[in-house]
Design a protein around this ligand. Sequence first.
Ligand code: PNS
Length: 159
Amino acid sequence: MSRAIYPGSFDPVTNGHLDVIERARKLFDEVIVAVAHNDEKEALFTLQERLDLLQETVGKIDNVRIAQFEGLLVEFAMEQKARAVIRGLRAVSDFEFEFQMALMNRKLETGVETIFLMPKEEYTYLSSRIIKEIARLGGDISGFVPACVAKALRRKFNP
Ligand code: PNS
């Protein structure tokens, strides 16, 4: 069985992430969307909220599984018997960090390969950070995220 991990903060999941998941699930028998549990990175949504939003958007897809992980990504990938890590690459500005991470992960574990997928052009300017900023300032983010995420963002900023 070919299995890939799609790791990230998913704070929150955007239409760009969904596009990458759709592409990845056509290439692998199973895709594990893995939410990083990282206390050092301050998130707007709790780990449980991020998992729930992913569950609501992609949880029902046959070959997609939602998981959480703590610690090194490559260790989680090996535990899950996944040979590939998927990362979305939007623009050249993503490249430096992604390149560094891919090569470091390869150094840590040669059995895990990083594969980059490019989302649809219309999603190249999307990021969770920018979505949160627009939502915080009262802008309309409904075209950029799944409906449940738009609702959750509205609730966060207008409790
Ligand atoms: O969505 P993000 O924040 O860009 O995802 C980054 C993530 C979670 C994939 C990355 O920080 C990660 O892999 N963290 C796990 C810890 C780890 O393995 N660090 C070494 C990477 S070289």
